[in-house]
Ligand binder design. Sequence first.
Ligand code: ADP
Ligand code: MG
Length: 697
Amino acid sequence: MGHWSVQGVRFLKGVGPKVTEKLKKLGLESQRDLLFHLPLRYEDRTRVTPIGGLQPGRKQLIEAEVLQVAINFRRQGPSKRMLVAKLEDPSGLLTIRLFFFSSAQQQQLQKGNKLRLFGDVRIAQGEFEMIHPEFEILDPQNSPPLEQNLTPVYPTTDGLHQLSITKIIRQVIVQLDQNDMPETLPKTWLLQNNFPDFKSAMLSLHSPQQQIDTELIANRRHPAQYRFIVEELTAHRLALLEKRISVQKMNNPSIKTNGTLHEKFIKNLPFELTMAQQRVMAELMQDFGRSQPMMRLLQGDVGSGKTVVAALACLPVIESGFQAAMMAPTEILVEQHYQNLKAWFTPLGLKVVCLMGADKGKKRNQKLSLIASRETHMVVGTHALFQESVVFNNLGFIVIDEQHRFGVDQRLALQKKTTNQQMPHQLIMTATPIPRTLAMSIYADLDYSQIDELPPGRKPVTTSIIPETKRDSLIHRVAASCLEGGQVYWVCTLIDESEVMQCEAAETTFLSLQAQLPELPVALVHGRMKSAEKEAIINTFKNGETKILVATTVIEVGVDVPNASIMIIENPERLGLSQIHQLRGRVGRGGRESFCILLVKQGLSVQVLNRLEIIRRYQDGFIIAEKDLELRGAGEVLGTRQTGEASFKIADLLQDQRWFDTVDELAQLMLDTDNTKASEMLLENWVGYKQGYTEVG
Ligand code: ADP
Ligand code: MG
């Protein structure tokens, strides 16, 4: 049997098969996992507060005597009976209410009994009140001692009581206290930075001593928290850097070009590249000139022209005898890339193949054999490209569009699609603008480029917030614009509800618009349609047959119809700011003056309206993203919640940016001293090998 910390949870008291299942649900399988399952917050049961000194809105401990008790009967509400008791201590009165109670509890609440209670204090009708407090009878002669330490509150799951998980974790804490664990960080470095050692830091977080610790921990300023924040960020950084190092050891597809295709392509292009596009092109060409595979993140606001840059980057790769692949998260986006690439590449004599999940049977087999053949130069597709049955012919370059939609695992799966120790070059594109320092931290394994300029002639999109009551006049305005040759997106959002409901909402809007505007062609596209159907409808919008396109958020990324100049977004408050910004980026691409109208219901809170005001006021995706980050937190904005790419136990990418330099330093130190064992432990503790960070290559 190895070190205690790697033993399974089943060796602990109170952990049978059922509890093991529950713990597993929380991702807790070893005793070490439990140790790193840190409290969410703490409760203070270390002192008794006199009723007169209670502060509403906080959980507090009191001791008081029951003055009177009654059971009220009611017609409505969660239950018919309610137990109400009035309690008193020398400093004041307090009411407690129980909607559900056992006869044992009723017994404890008899008049004259002394109780110790713990609960949320609020004020109702001018009096202190607790609803469903925890309580126990006190024997005044022999009252049990108060808690010595703050009580940790752990994240838990349905069916696993807070008290149970606390008891289980407490056993692991005792183990740590008696048997210790190896220190993961360099001791001198800890001393220099005034950080506590592993054991004492863990102990202070799981069972903080009162007073000093309480305040510090509550404000996230405890040295133990600092230590683990830095440690966790460093672990993630090391994982990424290791990945980077392993990539750098790989051979790359050697790219040699005389620029012929590039020249032809540029000659056919109806516009000139912006300075920013040219600069990024140069950066990509430099990457191709190196002996390691390209691993580059390309950021650029919506409409900044990332696609054409990616297409251009494919040319030298193809010229050198390799295939290139471009992957996008939605079928609509893939279809659009396919159309663009076909239009650009066919005149150059290059063959483009498109593969989607919807391709089945014979059609799919045909495409697969095309992809495996030398005839095909460029492959476009959805995540269908990840599937094992897809065999490329000498894949040399992968472009991943809108990367925030894909997880690390998917990225890795595609990398494995190569033979002979070669790693294809990779370009990862995203329109989710992340502040630079943050981007460098999350994508430490990638180089970073940015298109920070929009093509000329883009008009700012005038954005307004309009109440639902003005819907009719809005519809008139929409009709007028269409009659002048314009086109309109009408976006229905219902993000929290099911997709079905979102589609129904769009359907309702579609029908009513059709009824109100019989002379105008209106069409509907939503996520539950077959991809061929979606494609056909979007094509009618592209070629101008359809004037008004009612859509769910399926059009969020990438769709490009320059003639569309008005976008209406219903219930915009249900979306993140960056998401609204992405949607809005669909208009303002052509010659017309463009508008984005946020159609809001009556009665939204001031906070919500202030949030929308940011969209109204700013056009710059980076500013919007920063404000959005402040309001919603990093995980939400970066979409990492779904992909699990950066789920932290204690660190917070937004709040903890001030530690980034320290993290740089420490990660470098650990790499330099080449203490493999310590690094490994750090990764095991914080990142977990499960995620597959280290199996790259
Ligand atoms: P995104 O960066 O959001 O993916 P796209 O690549 O879809 O942007 O480009 C948006 C639109 O701008 C497309 O219609 C594209 O043809 C056009 N475009 C790209 N670069 C330029 C340029 N330098 N000048 C004019 N239009 C451009
Ligand atoms: Mg794009």
